[in-house]
Design a binder for this molecule. Structure first.
Ligand code: HEC
Length: 303
């Protein structure tokens, strides 16, 4: 009897320690696998399309959708699955409008700070954009790529840059082009309980309905991926940040992810969040984790 009790409690203890040893990214891993399954099924073939797109005209599904495209092409945003957008995209990529942004970024990367250091001192390997955002356990917050750039400036007694500004977009264009050339895939890590909490906050932000229209990001970019607002098709959450910074025809120049997200807040009928806020960091952390396994393909071009 006694031995049974002891065995029981030892087992309980064991299973508790096993539970607490569950990797911090366990939930995120599950979420990502489910997202891939959903998106791949959604864009697999026109035969099952009616289940996902009951209101899209048949003609549009038959003639303007690319079905069963390779997983990596989720990194192309709406050009991944819309034939007309892909044709436009391919045209632009023949003579990319962002090439001078990459050159400007390269010059900024090598330019000496007043103390003689440069960004090359902070980031000796420029091919790093697939690793951001990162969670920093010391400061207990997410560090986005733009924040990492600013931390480098501050460490070298320089003034930080505007995260939605041109210098930031240029430097990040250079870093992203190097990451793309190296063929690197998003590899966002969740390695502590605090990091798992930040991911969870970002996920809640993505799925919460907000603004006077009462929409969530997921309304348009998960359930609504493959549907459109007027003529604009919604890109799927999977791989959604792989093309940043992007050259937007609407802007006529490259812009950072923060610049785009501030615009999304406004579109959603909300007062935009600050680019360097915890809110923005958590949201980007969630979105980037969902892009894990997808190659950085940036800078890119969007409408
Ligand atoms: C009413 C629908 C709608 C809602 C809600 C919405 N978006 Fe979008 N979003 C769009 C459309 C349309 C575009 C332009 C087409 C595209 O690239 O998806 C876009 C573009 C984007 C892009 C650029 C994608 C790219 O490939 O360039 C990002 C990033 C983005 N949205 C994030 C968000 C986030 C985060 C939220 C919530 C805070 C959000 N969106 C809410 C409709 C929406």
């Amino acid at each position: 009897m006694l031995s049974k009790v002891i065995t029981g409690s030892v087992l309980t203890l064991l299973s508790c320690s096993l539970l607490s040893a569950a990797p911090y990214n366990a939930q995120a891993k599950k979420d990502r696998a489910a997202m891939i399954k959903y998106m791949e099924a959604k864009f697999k073939n026109p035969k099952t399309a009616a289940k996902f797109f009951p209101y899209t005209p048949k003609n549009e599904l038959e003639h303007n959708f690319i079905w069963g495209f390779p997983f990596q092409e989720f990194g192309l945003g709406d050009a991944g699955y819309v034939k007309s957008v892909r044709a436009q995209f391919d045209n632009f990529m023949m003579l990319p409008p962002f090439y001078n942004a990459v050159d400007n970024g390269e010059a900024l990367y090598h330019k000496k700070f007043a103390n003689g250091n440069s960004f090359a001192t902070c980031f000796p390997n420029p091919a790093i954009t697939n690793l951001y955002p990162k969670f920093d356990d010391k400061t207990n917050r997410v560090v986005t790529l733009s924040e990492a750039v600013n931390n480098c400036l501050i460490k070298n007694s320089e003034s930080p840059w505007k995260m939605t500004g041109m210098k930031m977009a240029y430097l990040e264009s250079y870093l992203a082009s190097k990451t793309t050339a190296a063929g690197k895939k998003f590899d966002i890590k969740i390695q502590s309980a605090a990091a798992a909490k930040a991911y969870r906050r970002g996920k809640i932000e993505f799925y919460s309905q907000r603004g006077y229209l009462d929409l969530s990001c997921a309304t348009c970019h998960v359930l609504g991926a493959g549907k459109r607002t007027k003529a604009d098709y919604h890109s799927p959450l999977l791989g959604m940040i792989a093309g940043f910074p992007v050259y937007r025809l609407k802007w006529g120049h490259v812009g950072t992810l923060e610049k785009r997200l501030v615009g999304c807040n406004k579109n959603q009928g909300e007062v935009p969040h600050k680019p360097n806020s915890k809110w923005m960091g958590d949201l980007e952390y969630f979105m980037a984790y969902m892009s894990n396994g997808i190659k950085v393909n940036a800078p890119s071009v969007r409408k």
